[in-house]
Design a protein around this ligand. Structure first.
Ligand code: M6R
Length: 361
């Protein structure tokens, strides 16, 4: 069932162009969005988004999208904290629960907490028959297909794609996007699976870099804006399957503490698409290099040409519209974790101590 791949994770990473295209096809009709009829954000004042692990990081990326594109404020939390905090939910709030399995105990408990409080309960799930799908008012399917590897890969990019389409829908419903702008976003989304295919071609380069990363004790990931949650996702993926300690930080937080960790033994992976924050991220990266940190810069070819001098390694990604960068930059994060685990000889699909679906608290 691994279709010739050595691991389910490799297969699931490789499947992304196909499943993303499928997810997009189901939510777009021509130049317009085609979500379920009940998805109408007019009159919604606020979103509360909840998930665990990778699903939580998808929520954090989506916060940037909903706030920037649709002007809709978003609270976001991990389910285990949310459920016991007793957060007040204002009447025109939609509560969105993101879960691949749809069975995560804390996420389900958070959903139940919101049941009589939120205006609508929305599930963003992969398994249509799951508890979280069944107990929601609206279940949006991410259409990733079965994900076997414990480390979530294609489910993450499908979650992001579904949430990106929802953010566009919210922007339309709230009068924030012209038809021409929407058509451009849709065209960009339709080009995304092709960009992901191109991005997958960095795998051999990543495998070489991973041989050296496998020697590290600690690795930092840095990103700004919607690439900050990607930094956290990259760190989670790496620690899950390679057992190397890794942390994701907002680049601007570096000088508030983590820079003390930097020396010549600490690889620092900088996720820096050429967006409005590129120069700021590069200046944080230079602070790392000034302390002899080993920087791996991941940007597009122009970004690498502009800022790659003095880096330990660079990876040139295809150029991507800013809005979609967090989805495309999931690919190097996945490949780095995968190849580092291969270099270390760990169990990629069944890492120690972890379960695919966490159905107990
Ligand atoms: O099934 P869920 O999406 O609710 O699972 C949430 C987390 O347990 C899951 O994303 C976990 O963090 C993954 N192993 C990450 O790769």
């Amino acid at each position: 069932e691994k279709a010739g791949y050595k691991h389910f994770m490799a297969k699931e990473i490789a499947e992304q162009p196909i499943v993303l295209a499928d997810a997009i096809k189901h939510m777009v009709a021509g130049n317009a969005l085609n979500p379920p009829a009940e998805v109408d954000f007019a009159g919604v004042d606020r979103l509360t988004m909840v998930g665990c692990g990778t699903a939580y990081y998808a929520c954090v990326v989506a916060k940037y999208w909903f706030e920037q594109i649709a002007g809709l404020p978003v609270d976001v939390d991990v389910a285990s904290e949310f459920r016991y905090r007793e957060p007040p939910i204002t009447p025109n709030t939609w509560a969105i629960f993101v879960s691949q399995s749809g069975e995560t105990a804390d996420t389900l408990a958070a959903l139940r907490y919101c049941r009589d409080k939120a205006a609508k309960i929305v599930a963003v799930v992969n398994v249509p028959t799951s508890s979280i799908a069944r107990e929601s008012d609206i279940a949006l399917l991410i259409r990733a297909g079965v994900e076997v590897g414990v480390a979530s890969t294609k489910a993450f990019t499908c979650q992001l794609t579904t949430l990106a389409l929802m953010a566009l829908k919210a922007a339309v419903d709230r009068g924030r996007l012209t038809p021409a702008e929407l058509a451009q976003h849709i065209a960009d989304l339709q080009a995304l699976p092709g960009l992901v295919s191109q991005a997958l071609r960095i795998a051999p380069e990543v495998a070489v870099i991973a041989e050296e990363l496998a020697e590290a004790q600690d690795i930092l990931f840095l990103g700004r804006g919607p690439l900050f949650p990607l930094a956290m996702e990259g760190a989670l993926k790496l620690k899950e399957i390679s057992y190397i300690h890794a942390e994701g930080y907002a680049s601007g937080e570096l000088k508030h503490g983590p820079i003390a960790l930097i020396d010549a033994r600490v690889p620092v992976i900088v996720l820096a698409p050429r967006d409005a924050l590129f120069e700021k991220t590069v200046s944080n990266m230079q602070e790392v290099m000034a302390r002899h940190g080993k920087v791996l810069l991941i940007s597009d070819a122009a970004g690498v040409a502009e800022a790659g001098a003095g880096c330990w390694r660079t990876i040139a990604m295809p150029s991507v519209p800013n809005f979609l960068a967090p989805i495309l930059y999931a690919v190097p994060a996945q490949l780095l974790a995968y190849h580092t685990a291969i270099a270390k000889g760990t169990d990629v699909d069944q890492p120690r101590n972890l379960a695919k679906s966490v159905t107990v608290e």
